[in-house]
Design a protein around this ligand. Structure first.
Ligand SMILES: [Zn+2]
Length: 509
């Protein structure tokens, strides 16, 4: 997903131009091959059970050391670009070329934790005046940094006061957040601000009543959501709005004066599942709107939105053709790359480690058969491949993660690469148990609070090519923040009905 899809291309391009020389990733040169020969590539194994060579390091499975088995025989601009990227990635995956000489026992680089933490901390600092063009992306930059730090196990609650100070002027009187001071309310900025405040424990800053009212103003009569009043209507609006409603435990009943209510709808969830279902394309993936091209980020938005409506095995299977979705999603992970592409005929890009990688936990839960143990879902994707792509190709030696070799690191790719790595390393199970301590929220937004994480076993770490030191924290499969932050917001708004400052009490959901 390009940043253009989430926020704004121009600011990210500006950031790239403005990075100081010592922040930049150095270009590869022949000197970067100083460790050639350390990696055992000539005795390749035909399967992923790599044997121990003499130096104690494991060989790299041939799947990641050889050119793609299936090549496009029609040579076009895009097929040539694909060949070039596959070859570059193959060299990084095999160890023929590498920027980071710090191999774990699987002969791939360790997670460069300290450097990534330093990079994310730096991105929370003040910026020079030239960054003003990125002002509308301020909530996103804060969210990427805080979430990235949290994924790495850092305590980010020390940033609570400064986050509240930053976000307080951004919540407009209408209830939504602008990207910067004086800017119109936009649900992408509101989503990023809400998640940031949830991570640091500052959600009390948000005026829930005006937020509820503003979200009502972007709910559409056809069931979808706009990104802003009179803004574009797409699936990001649906996912972001439902995430905010669920995290803040807002009433699902629509405000009386909103356009959708006047059109006959009563709830934020009315016609929403059907609208998301209409975004599934002939390919099986999900587009930004009905009749648009299938795209990895919109697939995640669609699946997560449906998971906010109800249990995935009910909502996802009801509104989507899961056979076709599965076919499209499994086609997103090429070899030798191992990472994900976002669309058909597109290149691997580490931000899809989350956008596509994050779909699997939801799809696993949706496809679980009655009576099947949620601890042993079907193996639908190659976790080892994504771990290898992240550690070999997405990490930079100066800290921060990137789209692919040859591109520069940034907060967006760092956060979503790490979230994807977490998806590859950990398990999530949706547990529907009315007696569980999770029960207690009112209404349908309870659905998102029934996810339970589990770390990989020793055997799984061995099979998926990472060590305990390479482990990233749990990332909630729907909210994309640490589960502790989700639990805290659930407790904070448990049993809250209506609004403290409301003149009338709203009906219970
Ligand atoms: Zn990307």
């Amino acid at each position: 997903m390009s940043q253009n899809d989430v926020a704004d291309t121009t600011p990210s391009q500006r950031l790239e131009e403005l990075l100081q020389p010592d922040d930049r990733v150095e270009e590869l040169s022949s000197s970067d091959g100083e460790d050639e020969g350390e990696y055992e590539t000539e005795e390749e194994e035909p399967d992923t059970k790599a044997a121990l060579p003499r130096n104690g390091k494991k060989t790299i499975p041939s799947l990641f050391c050889e050119p793609p088995i299936i090549r496009d025989k029609l040579h076009t601009k895009s097929s040539k670009a694909q060949d070039a990227v596959a070859e570059t990635v193959r060299r990084y995956m095999s160890g023929e070329e590498r920027e980071i000489n710090d191999p774990n026992s699987h002969n791939i680089p360790y997670l460069q934790r300290a450097k990534h933490i330093r990079f994310m901390r730096k991105s929370l600092n003040t910026y020079p005046s030239a960054y003003q063009q990125a002002d509308a992306s301020r909530p996103w930059m804060i969210y990427w940094a805080l979430a990235g730090l949290a994924h790495m196990g850092e305590d980010v609650e020390e940033h609570c006061d400064s986050a509240i100070e930053t976000f307080t002027p951004l919540q407009n009187p209408d209830g939504g957040f602008g990207g910067g001071h004086g800017q119109y309310s936009h649900v992408a900025a509101t989503y990023a601000a809400t998640l940031s405040l949830a991570i640091v424990g500052g959600l009390e800053m948000i005026n829930r009543k005006t937020m509820w009212s503003w979200l009502g103003s972007i709910k559409q009569p056809d069931g979808g959501f706009a990104m802003a009043v009179d803004g574009e209507i797409d699936i990001r609006g649906a996912y972001c709005s439902m995430t905010i409603i669920s995290l803040l435990n807002l009433p699902l009943e629509l405000p009386l004066d909103c356009p959708a209510r006047k059109a006959g709808l009563h709830s934020f969830t009315d016609k929403l599942g059907e609208w998301v279902g209409r975004c599934q394309t002939y390919e099986g993936g999900i587009g930004s709107t009905p009749e648009n091209e299938a795209h990895g980020a919109y697939a995640f938005c669609g699946l997560a939105c449906l998971s906010l409506l109800d249990a995935p095995h009910k909502s996802v299977t009801h509104y989507l053709d899961t056979d076709r979705l599965l076919h499209w999603l499994t086609s997103r992970q090429p070899a030798p790359e191992g990472g994900f592409s976002g669309r058909t005929n597109k290149l691997v890009d580490a931000c899809y480690s989350h956008w596509v990688g994050g779909c699997w936990a939801i799809l696993d839960a949706a496809l679980l058969k009655p009576g099947q143990d949620p601890k042993s879902p079907p193996q639908l994707w190659n976790r080892e491949a994504l771990v290898r792509y992240t550690l070999c190709c997405s990490q930079t030696k100066t800290g921060g993660l990137r789209d692919k070799p040859g591109t520069r690191q940034d907060g967006y790719h760092t956060n979503y690469s790490l979230a994807g790595l977490s998806a590859a390393q950990n398990h999530w199970a949706y547990v529907e148990d009315s007696n569980s301590p999770d029960a207690g929220l009112d209404g349908d937004s309870e659905a998102a609070y029934k996810w339970h994480p589990r770390p990989a076993t020793d055997e799984e770490r061995e099979a998926w090519a990472f060590e305990l030191n390479d482990t990233v924290g749990f990332v909630h499969p729907v909210f994309v923040i640490p589960p502790e932050a989700v639990e805290r917001s659930k407790e904070q708004f448990k049993g809250v009905v209506g609004f403290k400052d409301a003149t009338t009490t709203l009906p219970r959901r």
